[in-house]
Design a protein. Sequence first.
Length: 330
Amino acid sequence: MSSTPRDLQDLDSVTSLDQLYGVFEDLSVEGGWHRPAGPALWPEPRKTLLPHVWRYGELKRVLDVAGRLVDHTQADRRNITLTNPADGNVYPTVRTMVAAYQLIKPGEQALAHHHTPAALRIILEGEGTYTVVEGDRVEMRPGDVLLTPSWTWHEHSAAEDADDCYWVDILDVPLVHLLEPMFFERYPDGLQPNPRDVEQSPIAFRWTDSVARLAAGTDAPEHGMAEREIELTDADGGPAMPTIALHVQRSSAGFASPTIRTTANSLYTVVEGSGEAVVDGETLRWERGDIIAVPAWRPYSFTVHEDAYLVRASDEPVYGALGLLRTEKL
Ligand SMILES: [Fe+2]
């Protein structure tokens, strides 16, 4: 405003708050009592992103159309990102993670690259597709969970006689966007040379192993959100990756969980079975291949209709490391 002093010598002439706010604007500061956007602190986490379920049955058909229209040279990008439907949101599925369904067709290759965001894949359908991570070539089979930790070289390829291969990608890209250390680089020669075929790898959690561990386990999972739960850990028993923890849950038809809420965000992928989740009062029905977004601090519970296996990807390690993880049973 015209009456705003343009240098500090003129501050003595400021006689009204409006004039003072003009000074604030000139100096790029704001009064703690005068925040146009409201207070900076509030009593508990706000509801920003929404609970939602994405249906594999629908989105697989959409992916098949993309498979007809999007050339195989773009196969590393033939995916459908699950954008949380909250107003104004353009990318994340939950606050720190993004999920996508992806299709690779027989004979296709996604060229090698690496990036600072960490990624994982949960295979839904199809055999004959391989991932190569840091030179180790691993076949991807339904139910397997495969990691691409931050900055590891990785590529995917499907044999000529492979099935159409559908999987779920989950990455911590929204967290890296927030923190800003985004780096991405393509491998200089397209594909990693002389990959080693391996059956066992620290980056591969085989479905058969997960099922066997769940059958052998007897511990009741924390908070009782499933009948059985195992964690897919790194070699030291810690979270699978620094920013994403992975758990596999098994529950029988008729199981009903208590209601909890937590400051962490979760993405549940349904590997088998069906049921419903009640998230903040909204009933979300789910079945094989569906992905359920449970944003932070939304009370939620599960009821199982058909014997179910769910993979839960959560950002608990981030909140735990920062002292911000709180979970309550309601
Ligand atoms: Fe990648």
